[in-house]
Design a binder for this molecule. Structure first.
Ligand code: CU
Length: 148
């Protein structure tokens, strides 16, 4: 039985070397707390693009419990978040024109949803973290993003 399972796993691995489009699509939900529903995300290395949807299932407005999804190298997270707080809500709490921001959604409030598509070019092998840049959220509202 174990051998059969191993064979099945092997067969599955060989047919999935070419990523299906839906493996490159991620949905992250959030709500009226400073948290995403997932503390890590990954996509297969065969994804040339990732489509990510952020859904805010809470009811609080963007001004008090806004969330976004921002991707950067882990080492740049804190500085981007600090500068983002200074950039203010009209800039989605992100420093404008900062190319250390690898991808980001807009800031949304309860009941809203937003989708972005970004290229994985140059991201493979880097230590990446996603976070919310709403002031104060980034310290707890974050997770590892891996391209495997
Ligand atoms: Cu947030």
């Amino acid at each position: 039985m174990k051998k059969l399972l191993a064979l099945a796993a092997l067969a599955f691995a060989s047919v999935s070397t070419q990523a299906a489009a839906n493996e490159c699509e991620l949905t992250v939900t959030t709500g009226d707390k400073m948290a995403y529903d997932q503390t890590s995300l990954s996509v297969p290395a065969s994804c040339s693009e990732v489509t990510l949807t952020l859904e805010h299932q809470g009811s609080m407005p963007v001004t008090s419990m806004g969330h976004n999804w921002v991707l950067s190298e882990t080492s740049n997270l804190q500085d981007i978040a600090m500068k983002g707080a200074g950039a203010g809500p009209n800039n989605d709490y992100l420093p404008q024109g900062d190319d250390r921001i690898l991808a980001h959604t807009k800031l949304i409030g309860g009941g809203e949803s937003t989708t972005i598509t970004f290229s994985t070019e140059g991201l493979k092998g880097k230590d990446l973290t996603y976070f919310c840049s709403f002031p104060g959220h980034w310290t707890v509202m974050k997770g590892k993003f891996t391209i495997e």
